[in-house]
Design a protein around this ligand. Structure first.
Ligand code: ACO
Length: 325
């Protein structure tokens, strides 16, 4: 039987030029490089320029992914943008990206699952491709989280950064084993009971303002490690594989301590974990594709290797995707 599978044929990323160090933040709020480094592993983050929008970051990452795939934008018939910081309440940032890429065909829409957004978007695009509803997709995670931070709240403003990452997904026929390239399995979850632990205190329907990120950090941390380890196990099991089969895990980059605790729970060595949180901070939906693009570009992640992406975010939402590169 001819099986359709979604194969990653290009990765790209974009980071705003401005870098803000922990010491620069310590000049603005009551914090220190030592506290931020010890509690989170973060040393610096990129912050978008005033005139840079989420769609600008997303379009730049998309162009880099298309270049790596050796494709023109015209080859794309689906654009899915994961973001919690859209340019406007509507239309979808994906339609802005579509226009910036010079495209007038296909379908473009946004996915909102905060830090899990890219993993959710990848699963949605994978379903489109495997059902034959699209042939080539751009899946993008892009955020200007700096715009929704309360810069007087030291408990949150030190944790986040801006950026974008993208992949080109292509439907390939005639493959079926776990040794063949493509997305092998994805698993997604949501649980709305945890709204109050991580949310934005604004929105068009509630306050008619944009609002700021609010978080109970300790509680989020506790849930993150448990949920992430569980969904990784579930995704591997769906493909009949084990943690020991993985070449790399590309986690959502929220906090180095969450990365370490999750890897330990899965019995994975630190040498299998892609870490970018030190220089990107938490870029929400952009963090996984940014880390993936970096590790592909520097040659750590190679064709044929088994890679697992995982993320957790507000909602709560969490999920994982297992990919043969
Ligand atoms: N600088 C200095 N001190 C600080 C700062 C700061 N930036 N932020 C908080 N503190 C202080 C607190 O006020 C508190 O002081 P107190 O003891 O006098 O009251 C003390 O440090 C300890 O605060 P906690 O919140 O208990 O610190 P904790 O060890 O839990 O670390 C952190 C906080 C880093 C937020 C941690 O809980 C965490 O990383 N949680 C995960 C949250 C996360 O990553 N969310 C991202 C979105 S969701 C996701 O991506 C998974």
């Amino acid at each position: 039987m001819s099986v359709l599978r979604s194969v990653i044929v290009g990765c790209g990323s974009y980071l705003p030029a401005r870098i803000v160090t922990n010491d620069e933040l310590a000049a603005q709020v009551d914090t220190s490089d030592q506290w931020i480094t010890e509690r989170t592993g973060i040393k610096r983050r990129h912050i978008a320029a005033d005139n840079e929008l989420t769609s600008d970051l997303a379009a730049a990452a998309a162009k880099a992914a298309l270049a790596q795939a050796n494709l023109e934008a015209a080859a794309i018939d689906l654009i899915v943008v994961a973001t919690a910081t859209p340019d406007q309440t509507f239309p979808a940032t994906a339609t802005r990206v579509q226009e910036k890429l010079g495209l007038a065909r296909g379908v473009a829409f946004d996915i909102q699952a905060v830090c899990s957004g890219f993993v959710f978007a990848l699963a949605v695009a994978d379903n489109f491709l495997r059902l034959g509803q699209a042939n080539r997709a751009l899946v993008i995670g892009a955020e200007t989280f700096s715009r929704i931070l309360d810069w007087e709240d030291r408990g949150t403003c030190v944790l986040f950064g801006d950026g974008a990452g993208a992949v080109v997904l292509e439907a390939h026929a005639g493959i079926g084993s776990t040794a063949d390239r493509g997305i092998l399995a994805s698993r997604l979850h949501s649980d709305g009971r945890y709204h109050d632990l991580l949310y934005v205190d604004g929105g068009p329907s509630s306050t008619q303002t944009t609002g700021h990120v609010r978080m109970e950090g300790k509680e989020v941390f506790r849930h993150a490690v448990t949920n992430l380890a569980a969904v990784v196990g579930e995704t591997l099991e769906a493909a009949g594989l084990k943690a020991a089969d993985l070449d790399w895990i590309v986690p959502h980059q929220a906090n180095k301590r969450i990365l370490d605790a999750t890897a330990k729970k899965l019995g994975l060595g630190a040498d299998k974990v892609i870490v970018t949180v030190d220089h990107h901070a938490n870029t929400s939906a952009a963090s996984v594709p940014l880390a993936l693009a970096e590790a592909v570009a520097d040659g750590r992640i190679k064709a044929g290797q088994l890679v697992l992406l995982e993320a957790m975010g507000g909602g709560f939402t969490w999920g994982a995707s297992l990919i043969r590169m």
